[in-house]
Ligand binder design. Sequence first.
Ligand SMILES: [Ca+2]
Length: 153
Amino acid sequence: MITTDPNSADTPLEIIKSGLLDLTIHKAENLEKCDIFGKGDPYVVAILNGQKIHKTTVKHSTQQPSFNETKQSLLSDVTKSHLTLNVYDEDKFGADTFLGSVEFNLVRLRTSHLEFKALPLERSEKEAHGSLYISLSFNPMPIINPILVNPYK
Ligand SMILES: [Ca+2]
């Protein structure tokens, strides 16, 4: 049985919910300065459906880091997928400082390439500070072998 997604067009390609997700983390801006000395050492961690899929390199002594890193992931169902991007400041001593996060439900993500600019980094306990630039693209394709989709289950 094919269940038609209300957001999709009628082309057969649109009802394929599995496929490849390309996430590109471009840069962050105006990050909070938490270090007493220096400007901070930011990096980004990407979590897709509860699994950590990527950690960027740490950019030292900057509040305006450029990452330009792309991670490709397999999605078994884009309409049920959730992406979280957490930004941290690396600290030599103690736990790294959480600078904020951006969350996405990928339910409406389709074939297009989407660019997101200056997404505010949200924190529950403090005011939002700084922003993130990313892009997402989804290439639908049937994934026949479920082992490819969930290698750890
Ligand atoms: Ca630091």
